[in-house]
Design a protein around this ligand. Structure first.
Ligand SMILES: CC(C)(COP(=O)(O)OP(=O)(O)OC[C@H]1O[C@@H](n2cnc3c(N)ncnc32)[C@H](O)[C@@H]1OP(=O)(O)O)[C@@H](O)C(=O)NCCC(=O)NCCS
Length: 240
C-alpha cells in the first residue's frame, strides 16, 4: 500500500520536475508499473477524435496491422473498426505529440459475454517512430488501473507468439501467457480497485488534461504566429 502511494507521489513529483529528489520504489506484488521515473500523459480518447485514431492506425505498416488486429487489415477494414468503436462501453487511451497527433493508443474493450462479465481485452499500437519509449508499457499500466477501477478482474491480450514486445509488456505486468502455435493469449488477474488505484487514475487524468490544454494552447499560438499549416485531409479528418 505504501509503495503504491510512494509511486503516486513520485510520479507527481516527476511530472512537476522534482523527480530526481525522490528515490524510486516498485511493488513487485502489484501486477503493473515498472519504471515510474517518467510520467507520460495519457488522455482518455473522446469520440471527437475518431479521425485521429484513423490517421494513427492507417499509418501502421502491413506487419504492424497484422500484429495489432491479427490480420492484415486494409484501410477499409480499419475505417470499419474505427466507425464501430463504442465510446460509451469501451475505453480508449491515447498519447499525443505536441502537434496533438495521436502517436500511440490503446483500446480496452469490455466483454459482452455474460459468462465473463468482469473481463476485458486490451489492444495497443504505437507509431513506428515512437517505439521503444515505453509508451506501450505505459498504456498497458494505464489500462490496468482503469480496468481495476471499472471492476474488471481478468484482462486478456491476444498477440502473435512472435510479438516479443507485447508479450514482454504483458509478462512483466504479471500475465500468464498461453501459447497456441503462432498465437498467444495473455491473461492477467487484476486485484480489486482500492484507494491508491482510484487516486492514481485521478492523478493520471489531471496530468493528461493539463498536458492536453498546454499543447492545445501552444498549437493555437503557433497557428496564430503562422508557424503551423495543417494539411488538408480527404475523407475522415483528424479532427472529425
Ligand atoms: C507492441 C508495441 C505496442 C510496443 O510498443 P513500445 O512502446 O515500443 O513498447 P515498449 O517501449 O513499452 O517496450 C516494451 C518492451 O519490449 C521491448 N521491445 C520493443 N520492441 C521490441 C522488438 N521489436 N523486439 C523485441 N523486444 C522489443 C522493449 O525493449 C521493452 O523491453 P524493456 O522494457 O525490457 O526494454 C508496438 O511495437 C506496436 O505498436 N506494435 C504493433 C501493434 C502490436 O503489436 N500490438 C500488440 C497486439 S494488440
Amino acid at each position: 500500500m505504501n509503495n503504491g502511494r510512494d509511486g503516486l507521489r513520485n510520479r507527481w513529483l516527476n511530472w512537476i520536475g522534482l523527480g530526481r529528489l525522490v528515490s524510486k520504489h516498485t511493488d513487485s506484488n502489484t501486477p503493473k508499473e515498472t519504471d515510474q521515473s517518467t510520467t507520460v500523459p495519457i488522455w482518455e480518447i473522446k469520440p471527437t477524435h475518431v479521425g485521429k485514431i484513423f490517421k494513427h492506425l492507417i499509418a501502421l505498416g502491413p506487419e504492424d496491422r497484422y500484429l495489432r488486429f491479427g490480420y492484415a487489415a486494409t484501410n477499409e477494414q480499419i475505417e470499419e473498426y474505427v466507425q464501430s468503436l463504442d465510446f460509451e462501453r469501451d475505453s480508449l487511451f491515447g498519447i499525443y505529440n505536441r502537434r496533438l497527433d495521436l502517436i500511440a493508443m490503446a483500446h480496452l474493450s469490455y466483454s459482452i459475454d455474460p459468462n465473463c462479465a468482469s473481463c476485458a481485452e486490451f489492444g495497443v499500437s504505437v507509431n513506428q517512430s515512437s517505439r521503444g519509449r515505453r509508451y506501450g508499457t505505459r498504456l498497458f499500466d494505464r489500462a490496468i488501473t482503469h480496468a481495476r477501477n471499472e471492476g474488471v478482474m481478468l484482462l486478456f491480450v491476444h498477440a502473435l507468439s512472435e510479438n516479443t514486445a507485447m508479450i514482454k509488456i504483458a509478462k512483466r505486468a504479471g500475465a500468464r501467457i498461453e501459447r497456441d502455435g503462432p498465437d498467444s493469449q495473455a491473461h492477467l488477474r487484476l486485484p480489486p480497485a482500492d484507494f491508491d488505484s482510484r487516486m492514481e487514475e485521478i492523478l493520471d487524468q489531471q496530468v493528461a488534461w493539463t498536458d492536453y490544454q498546454l499543447k492545445t494552447q501552444a498549437k493555437q499560438f503557433s497557428a496564430w504566429l503562422g508557424l503551423h499549416h495543417p494539411k488538408k485531409q480527404s475523407g475522415m479528418t483528424p479532427e472529425s
